[in-house]
Write a protein that binds this ligand. Structure first.
Ligand code: IVH
Length: 664
């Protein structure tokens, strides 16, 4: 590969990986498996190593991911929370062992542990009492979630007995067992809320709840796997785990000392099979050098210890029969082939349907009706077909024919260059597209109109009450109340919610319009950059491309949307109805705080975002970590470590009143 080709590939990988990161961390809706994601990341790492001139601080290889959120106090980790090097390959595991063998003339042994798939946590104990529980965050600082963690019964609040050090830290994983996960998702679905994609997201989402009573109801579990401290009196990792167990921590019973790499591999093979029977998720095995002296001798790279590695299992697969294929039409007209399968158990649930993605994927795997196929879970919720068991193919099965016309409206399908999917171009007449756009419009992250589920919208459409999102605002109470399963009360609620949607900020209205490629983030960027619908409508290709993160595809899609007369009509209707087409003023109104940095902590009378907006408005900057260079700490009630740190560093401390005095 030439340097020029490498650059193109590196740019492509970075963009792609960032998008997957966003889907995973921001939307909790990953579209690739961890395996595929790690392959992309590994490819990027390799290229950056081979072409060091392409390295960049902004590359996704440089970040460890962050789960920092508003609403929690951020605390610096005493020992940074590193990640582990990982591999899916046995050969690479043997290479890891060869590196270790080369480093020592003496024998060494490993400890193998399950790699728990949850949320990592740092637990600090002083004199045997749990002082603080902090999430991983960005590895350097995390969120203080002590109140929530105290509700987890597997975590001792006070150690019972034993010769524990005065101060030490336990690292472990917070897990949501399958039984709790299924119960929680059932409750969420019944309440009309989005189910969690997998137990890991459910565990980390639960840790970030602001109400610890709710956390207590969710039955989180915990295993610890790593002890840290300045005065540990052990000579090996295994000893520290044994001690932790005796002090009351939960250490997995499936932890095993191994004398050589073959024993390690045997442990891995066993658990790749047996993990299906565990009551929680594991995504691999962690292999650690047991002796502390040897760990110290091996040391660390910038981000990972050299004395440990994670072997990751490939996603669980199931084998079942492909019965038939349906074709679904999305709100953008995109066609998705969906396989109907003979029901099969996979990673804790029964799978009956799986995505076949597009015609290319079907051709790639040469999928035919009647085949035995392999199914895998992507992000653990939408299963997909990843291959065919050709050995089982019966000769009389026919070649698979992809449809040529829309299964819903009969319009001939089109395939746009560069797009993997077929599209139904009949956007104004194809029912699932029309209904899909309305469903998108009312969704919680868009206009958040309550009481309008998919079925209700379909009903409105079938009865001719609503043909586009503008019609929603013409609905009459009597019309709604007269429909099946509706009554006065539900009608009133819907109208009330429609009324309230008029206060939804411009960025979300823009997202709700369902312009292709304009997701939540892009909508925010556009709203911020242009400020008003008028300005956005008048924007040229150049204006759009000048906005951070807006590329040609998005820009062209925005232009195409506004160029259509029917969209113009819809927008004037929505404007008339009173939807918000002007972004909240984010412009700076003064430069009173120019050059000043603020850290905000503790409980204030309003959300932190509001104070941040005030600082922004006056030209100041809000940062998360406090240092000697910070100008002010705005401290609310119950401010913790940051207050202490500010005092120590001589940073000026303000309460709310003093903060406003400063501006006025
Ligand atoms: S040891 C310095 N052991 O895997 C080594 N980690 O990328 C510290 N994990 O963020 C980690 N099970 O959350 C270790 N038995 C185990 C683990 C484990 C799960 C997670 C941990 C960490 C990630 C490593």
């Amino acid at each position: 590969m030439t340097a020029k080709e490498a650059k193109i590939r590196v740019d492509f990988l970075r963009k792609n990986i960032e998008e997957h990161n966003r889907r995973y961390y921001v939307e909790s809706a990953p579209s690739v498996s961890d395996f595929e994601f790690d392959l992309l990341l590994q490819e990027l790492q390799a290229l950056e190593k081979k072409f060091p001139e392409l390295q960049s601080a902004a590359s996704p290889t440089q970040r460890v991911g962050s789960d920092l959120s508003e609403g929690f106090t951020q605390v610096a980790h005493k020992f940074p929370m590193l990640s582990l090097g990982n591999t899916y390959s046995e050969d690479e595991l043997r290479e890891f062992d060869a590196r270790i063998a080369k480093a020592f003339d003496e024998p060494y042994e490993y400890v193998c542990e399950l790699k728990f798939d949850g949320a990592s946590i740092s637990l600090t104990y002083q004199n045997g009492v749990l002082q603080r529980a902090v999430t991983r965050g960005d590895g350097v600082q995390g969120d203080d979630v002590t109140a929530n963690v105290r509700t987890i019964r597997a975590i001792p609040l006070q150690l019972q007995s034993g010769n524990f050090p005065k101060e030490f830290e336990m690292r472990g994983e917070i897990l949501m067992p399958h039984s709790s996960f299924e119960k929680l998702n059932k409750e969420r679905e019944e309440a009309g809320e989005m189910p969690f994609a997998n137990p890991r997201n459910a565990a980390s989402g639960t840790l970030k709840l602001l109400d610890s009573k709710e956390v207590a109801k969710r039955n989180l579990d915990n295993f610890v796997y790593y002890m840290l401290g300045d005065e540990l009196h052990f000579s090996s990792h295994n000893e520290s785990l044994e001690a932790a167990k005796s002090w009351g921590f939960k250490v997995s019973e499936h932890t095993q000392k191994c004398k050589n790499i073959d024993e390690v591999l045997a442990f891995i093979h066993r658990w790749d099979k047996d993990r299906k029977d565990l009551p929680f998720d594991t995504d691999g095995v962690v292999v650690k050098i047991n002796s502390y002296a040897q760990q110290r001798a091996l040391g660390y790279t910038a981000k990972t210890p050299r004395w440990a590695i994670a072997y990751k299992f490939k996603a669980e697969q199931a084998r079942t029969k492909l019965l038939s294929v349906d074709f679904q039409v999305g709100r953008t007209g995109a066609i998705t082939p969906v396989a109907n399968l003979e029901p099969v158990r996979l990673a804790g649930t029964v799978v009956k349907r799986a995505s076949l993605h597009n015609a290319d994927q079907i051709a790639l795997h040469d999928v035919r009706i009647g085949d035995m196929v392999f199914v895998e879970k992507v992000g653990e919720i939408i299963p997909k077909i990843v291959g065919v068991d050709i050995s089982e193919r019966i000769s009389q099965v026919f070649d698979f024919q992809y449809i040529t016309n829309c299964p819903e409206c009969g319009t001939p399908l089109v395939r746009i260059e560069g797009e993997a999917k077929h599209f139904c171009p009949n956007e104004n007449g194809c029912p699932p597209q029309i209904v899909g756009r309305i469903i998108h419009f009312v969704a919680r992250k868009a206009m958040n109109i309550e009481g309008l589920g998919e079925e209700t919208i379909e009903l409105f459409y079938r009865k001719g009450l609503v043909k586009n999102v503008g019609d929603l605002y013409d609905l009459k109470k009597e019309e709604i109340a007269a429909l099946d399963r509706m009554g006065e009360k539900s009608a009133e609620n819907i109208l009330q919610s429609l009324e309230e949607s008029k206060k939804v900020p411009f960025a979300r209205v823009l997202f709700a319009l369902g312009i292709r490629y304009v997701g939540e983030t892009i909508a925010k960027k556009l709203a911020e950059a242009f400020g008003t619908l008028d300005a956005l409508q008048n924007a040229t290709l150049e204006n759009l491309l000048a906005v951070d993160e807006i590329g040609e595809q998005i820009a062209k899609s925005v232009l195409a949307f506004f160029a259509e007369e029917k969209n113009q009509l819809l927008l004037s209707k929505l404007r008339e109805v009173g939807l918000c087409f002007v972004a909240e003023k984010k412009q700076q109104t003064s430069s009173k705080l120019e050059g000043l940095t603020f850290v905000i902590t503790g409980t204030l009378s309003r959300p932190r975002e509001d104070f941040k907006a005030v600082v922004d408005e006056h030209g100041g900057k809000v940062i998360t970590a406090i240092s000697g260079k910070t100008s002010y700490l705005l401290a609310g009630e119950k401010a913790g470590s940051k207050l202490e740190k500010a005092a120590k560093l001589g940073v000026k401390i303000l309460d709310e009143q003093q903060f406003f005095d400063l501006i006025n």
